[in-house]
Design a protein around this ligand. Structure first.
Ligand SMILES: [Zn+2]
Length: 64
């Protein structure tokens, strides 16, 4: 298997980052190839980490 995906991690207070599904390397943007393992990337798919962070913010702010 020579292809992999970027897993997009969206953060509330930090810039988005992308994680290689093959080697786990993090990158600031979805390159055509992983700069670490060199696999060709098919694209990016959303991770779900922001859901937890948003729920946590609702909790500590009382949901605005
Ligand atoms: Zn990689």
């Amino acid at each position: 298997m020579n292809r992999a995906d970027w897993i997009k991690n969206t953060h509330l207070f930090d810039p988005d980052d992308y994680e290689c599904s093959a080697c786990g390397a993090k990158a600031g943007r979805p390159y055509d190839r992983c700069p670490n393992c060199g696999k060709e990337m098919c694209g990016a798919k959303d991770g779900s980490s922001w859901v937890d962070e948003a729920a946590f913010m609702d909790f500590i702010t009382g949901g605005f």
